[in-house]
Design a protein. Structure first.
Length: 92
């Protein structure tokens, strides 16, 4: 879905690099596959045709975070009540 994105953090020999792959148009999605030491992040059309692909060595991947696109609130959504944060724990 447009707005979905995947963030990949890579160990670049003493430093880290962050890469993002995002579904840029309506009807596209982002898929993540792993196999044989490779992590592949692909933006795919509705029909399954790959548009963009990013490949990373799995030994170098420090973090892979999938961020779904925000969706509008629905009338039947429950209200979310946040719990108070303990005083000894800082906010993130």
């Amino acid at each position: 879905m447009k707005g979905d994105r995947v963030e990949v953090v890579i160990d670049a020999g003493g430093a880290t690099r962050t890469y993002e792959v995002e579904a840029t148009r309506a009807g596209r999605r982002v898929e993540v596959t792993q196999g044989r030491g490779i992590v592949e992040v692909t933006e795919v059309t509705r029909g399954g045709t790959p548009v963009r692909t990013a490949r990373f060595m799995s030994a170098r991947v420090l973090a892979l975070v999938e961020h779904p696109a925000p969706r509008p609130a629905q009338p039947d959504d429950a209200q979310v009540t946040h719990l108070p944060r303990p005083a000894d724990r800082p906010a993130l």
